[in-house]
Ligand binder design. Sequence first.
Ligand code: GDP
Ligand code: MG
Length: 257
Amino acid sequence: MLEEDMEVAIKVVVVGNGAVGKSSMIQRYCKGIFTKDYKKTIGVDFLERQIQVNDEDVRLMLWDTAGQEEFDAITKAYYRGAQACVLVFSTTDRESFKAIPTWKEKVVTEVGDIPTVLVQNKIDLLDDSCIKKILRIFQRKSKITFELLLYSCEEAEALAKKLKLRFYRASVKEDLNVTEVFKYLADKYLQRLKQQTAEDPELVHTSSNKIGVFNTAGGSHSNQNSSTLNGGDVINLRPNKQRTKKNRSPFSNCSIL
Ligand code: GDP
Ligand code: MG
């Protein structure tokens, strides 16, 4: 059991090509809203939401980008200390699906093997696109459209199997499966945390543990227990057991904005 009056904080990165719905997903989960045109608030790096998982208080910090992914320009600071990851692609954008293995590699390179899920977003558009594609196949027997159809229906599951990831079909717009994605990640993270603590009870007390790098340079909330080594590339922070005193404020449930 984790200590009383402490909570676990998890930095979650949400990655994938531009326009797949990453910012929308973060907004939906933390603020309960969906807008067609989400503009990132300058100076805000993440939104947060507090949940309970198996009687444990967990604070999820969902880190957003300001569109740098379109230029392949996500900084190391974005990934640094991430403890869980959502890989997102869109039902209507095949390129975003093809890019998933590369995104996963980037995350693994930066932060190692962390709890990760694969999400196919915008499934509210699936029926429509599937039906249209089937019609087109019958009309033209086009190889390309056939490929697209397969991607919609089967390929994503195959990729998830190959990458050994839990796979969710979601619609941020319809609020379908968004909560489940983050609940799964929090659960998975807690399981690992308990396992690590059982194997090494000292872990939580060790301040020089590199496993638990967390929430560092560049963040609007980057000043907690941080120190910079080697010109900023390696940061020693709190250990993996991210504990903070519970914030009892009524405003603590949601959002940094
Ligand atoms: P990001 O670049 O990955 O952060 O993508 P955004 O969150 O900015 O979303 C890109 C566009 O997709 C916006 O117009 C969103 O309203 C739209 N969008 C996001 N999620 C969904 C969804 O589940 N269904 C539909 N139909 N549109 C979505
Ligand atoms: Mg965005």
